[in-house]
Design a protein. Structure first.
Length: 84
């Protein structure tokens, strides 16, 4: 019985990061977005997109972060002339 409890606890600890992975991408994206805004870029001056690695096109923006155990990239694209 004691082994079953420990095994269950271990499985929950291992499974938790996997279940939290999608939310972490949004959290990383929001953190990067705030850093860019705090550096003086207006909110409408850029777009951040979460892209799976297999759909990444290096000609469509600059990779500024990664998430979900490095299976997704966060891509920065400057919108028009934002006065920078």
């Amino acid at each position: 019985m004691k082994n079953t409890v420990w095994l269950s606890a271990l499985l929950m600890m291992v499974a938790t990061p996997v279940l939290a992975a999608p939310a972490s991408c949004e959290r990383v994206k929001a953190d990067i977005e705030q850093r860019i805004i705090h550096n003086g870029v207006p909110e409408n001056g850029f777009t951040l997109t979460i892209v799976p690695n297999d759909q990444l096109d290096p000609n469509n923006g600059q990779v500024v972060g990664h998430c979900a155990n490095d299976t997704h990239k966060i891509v920065y694209v400057r919108n028009g002339d934002s006065g920078q």
